[in-house]
Ligand binder design. Structure first.
Ligand code: 6PG
Length: 242
């Protein structure tokens, strides 16, 4: 069962998410000496990343910054998730470059996915099945996609690889994405969703019963982790229980 927080607007959504990430980071580092965070792409998280960039005091040397998905473009391309995160946060001088682990969108998607799995295997050497991020950030597409797991796309069926390439028919592009087994191994998942165009997908995620193939967010069923949805008022408009 997911927790739901409805915030008045995108700025207050980003403030609440920033406080959540800071608290998660401090707790993980106090307990285990490191914090593993999977960043989401898209446009919604930019404000959150800019707010996190206002916290140089955080022990960034103990924070491993990974990505949930990437477009098949180089990091300097306007559509690059790593490029967006770099401009907003990871390019900050107080963040060690060796703590930022981007998916190499400039490679072929299958090569980038294979390379990313090796990167994760080095970051999570003790993983006896799938790596468990301390905190996974996810956005939500208006069609219910998460990361680059789109409706009726091949990667929805991946149960062994940690990362894979995925052909997205509706966009006519290939993507690189973490797979459900990795996403569902996260200790904590935080959704950031803003805008009236997401209201249907939020209602499907929290109150619907559609098949995962049709609404991929319904495939987020953490093995043992917690899920929190932070949504703004317009994105909550179709929820029955608010
Ligand atoms: C991506 C994201 C994707 C995103 C949703 C929402 O690479 O685009 O990982 O899953 O979170 O499409 O995107 P917006 O935040 O731009 O609405």
């Amino acid at each position: 069962m997911a927790d739901l927080r409805i915030l008045p607007d995108p700025n207050q959504l980003a403030d609440a998410a920033c406080a959540y990430v800071l608290a998660s980071a401090r707790a993980a580092i106090a307990a285990r000496g490191r914090f593993t965070l999977a960043l989401t792409g898209g446009s919604t998280p930019r404000l959150l990343y800019q707010k996190l960039a206002q916290h140089p005091e955080l022990p960034w040397a103990n924070i491993e910054l990974c990505f949930g998905d990437e477009r098949a473009v180089p990091p300097d391309h306007k559509d690059s998730n790593a490029g967006m995160a770099r401009a907003a946060l990871t390019g900050q001088p107080f963040i060690p470059a060796e703590r930022v682990h981007r998916m190499e969108g400039e490679l072929s998607p299958s090569a980038a996915a294979a390379a990313y799995e090796q990167t994760l295997r080095q970051l999570f050497p003790a993983a006896d099945g799938f790596p468990s991020f301390d905190l996974l950030l996810l956005g939500l597409g208006s069609d219910g996609h998460i990361a680059s797991l789109f409706p009726h796309s091949p990667a929805l069926a991946e149960t062994r690889a940690w990362a894979t390439d995925n052909w997205v028919d509706k966009l006519g592009v290939a993507r690189i994405t973490l797979t459900y087994p990795v996403l569902n191994e996260a200790a904590d998942t935080l959704f950031l969703v803003a805008g009236a165009d997401k209201a249907w997908a939020v209602a499907q995620a929290l109150e619907g019963n559609a098949a995962v193939e049709d609404v991929p967010v319904r495939g987020i069923r953490p093995r043992s982790g917690r899920v929190t949805f932070m949504v703004d008022v317009p994105a909550s408009a179709q929820l029955r229980q608010r």
